[in-house]
Ligand binder design. Structure first.
Ligand SMILES: *Cc1c(COP(=O)(O)O)cnc(C)c1O
Length: 437
């Protein structure tokens, strides 16, 4: 059942069948669940999503950085089928299975650093981040957690407090967890260039370093707008943590597993985090997340302190083993780097001629355009929305993001056919010229 890897627009998008199904959804599902493109999916694979009206959309979103290996990669699908046929669940806290241990062993080997490591598996990215905080607090005996501007760490109570953006993530959902402190990130586009000093100053004078359990950082801010911190910033942050007995946690839920051209984005600066959170691409489309880290930190939690009914579900573990195999066998980290090399120059050229493109940034297959009012840095969310709509109507699925909702982000499957990718970028370039040129 291979899917033709070509953009095909048969109807208006969303088409009549999608519109019908969406009307039903609106009667059955609360509007709190937002929607990027109200199109119902029939199947998906490679770089294509086929909708129920027969349109072939080019997927530049991967269901938010999840289906890096494609949405129906045989190495994933076959293992899922095989595992589901034997058993779907035992609860790893009740009886054991080797798939869990195998995923743990793989992550212990793949993550940066050759020290002794352990991995605990969970289900969602937010759950991994929450557990990294729990583990850091248990290890240090300290309460405080430091996070950054533009941060996104999830939608649960604790991770919502750690997330920066008010609307839509936090609005009306407080009160929030205490002992969360936010510092500026070294944002090369909007920052001051003094963020490293500010970071150390706030930690020393406002929080107190001996009260800080962990600093949690995304190597590239995801939902916050694909903000790539200035070179050296995260390395200095991680060194400050080491000098002060603070656990440095890399939230690689979006950046991890080959997305940025390295297996993990922190490798770009040679940083070795104490703990590293993964999810999104890990399960090849099935819900699976992990905290991997130094054995002495991971082992500091009392027996029974970590877990979850579905944590490390066997079918999700089987999918992860297939996804990791697909990433390694096809060297998808190198493929992600190639995608960046192919697309970035085109976006930079566009920025050079269209003043509404304020910034172009990213690494590997995690790329973004930030839109501004021409002549300054005032965010223009309306431009991002209009560009996205133009792309959607022509069968190119792009996502927006950013603290100011003015960023278009590209997260293509790492296996995407290059001709298909070029075609989708043609549409994006045309969209920007038409909407903002
Ligand atoms: C998506 C994301 C999360 C939350 O993951 P969920 O699976 O949605 O809970 C946490 N951190 C980062 C960096 C993310 O991109």
């Amino acid at each position: 059942m291979s899917i033709e890897q070509r953009r095909i627009v048969r109807t208006e998008i969303p088409g009549p069948r999608s519109q019908e199904l969406h009307a039903r959804r609106q009667r059955e599902v609360p509007p709190g669940f937002g929607i990027t493109l109200p199109v119902f999916v029939e199947r998906a694979g490679g770089g294509i999503v086929v909708d129920v009206d027969g349109n072939h959309l080019v997927d530049l979103g991967c269901g938010i950085a999840v289906t890096s290996v494609g949405a129906s990669e045989p190495r994933v699908v076959d293992r899922v089928r095989e595992q589901a046929g034997r058993f779907t669940h035992t609860c790893f806290m009740v009886t054991e299975y080797d798939g869990y241990v195998e995923v743990a062993a793989k992550l212990n080997r793949l993550t940066p650093g050759d020290h002794e490591k352990r991995t605990a598996l969970f289900t969602t990215g937010a759950e991994a981040v929450e557990n990294a905080v729990k583990i850091s607090r248990a290890y240090t005996g300290r309460p405080a957690v430091v996070v950054f501007d533009h941060a996104y760490h999830g939608r649960t109570s604790l991770t919502m407090a750690m997330t920066a953006k008010q609307m839509p993530y936090k609005h009306s959902f407080g009160p929030f967890s205490p002992e969360i402190y936010r510092v500026p990130t070294a944002d090369p586009f909007r920052g001051t260039g003094t963020e490293t000093e500010r970071f150390m100053d706030v930690l020393r004078t406002q929080i107190g370093v001996d009260r800080i359990a962990c600093v949690v950082a995304e190597p590239i801010a995801g939902e916050g707008g694909f903000v790539v911190p200035a070179p050296g910033f995260l390395r200095q942050v991680s060194e400050f943590c080491r000098e002060n007995g603070i656990v440095f946690v890399a939230d690689e839920v979006q950046t991890g597993l080959a997305r940025t051209g390295d297996m993990f984005a922190v490798e770009h600066e040679g940083i070795v985090p104490d703990l590293i959170c993964t999810a999104k691409a890990l399960g090849g489309g099935l819900p699976l997340s992990a905290v991997t880290g130094r054995a002495e930190i991971m082992d500091s939690v009392h027996v029974g302190g970590l877990g979850g009914t579905y944590a490390g579900n066997p079918v999700a573990c089987a999918a992860a083993l297939g996804a990791i195999e697909a990433i390694e066998e096809q060297n998808l980290a190198a493929r992600a780097a190639e995608i960046g090399e192919r697309v970035l120059p085109r976006l930079r050229e566009l920025a050079g001629t269209v003043p509404a493109v304020g910034d172009v940034r990213g690494r590997g297959a995690m790329l973004a355009l930030e839109f501004v009012e021409p002549g300054g840095k005032t965010p223009s969310p309306a431009t991002a929305t209009a560009v996205a709509r133009y792309c959607h109507e022509r069968g190119v699925l792009v996502l927006t993001c950013g603290t100011y909702s003015n960023v278009i982000r590209l997260l293509p499957p790492l296996v995407i056919d290059f001709a298909l990718l070029d075609d989708a970028v043609d549409v994006l370039v045309e969209a920007v010229r038409k909407v903002a040129g």
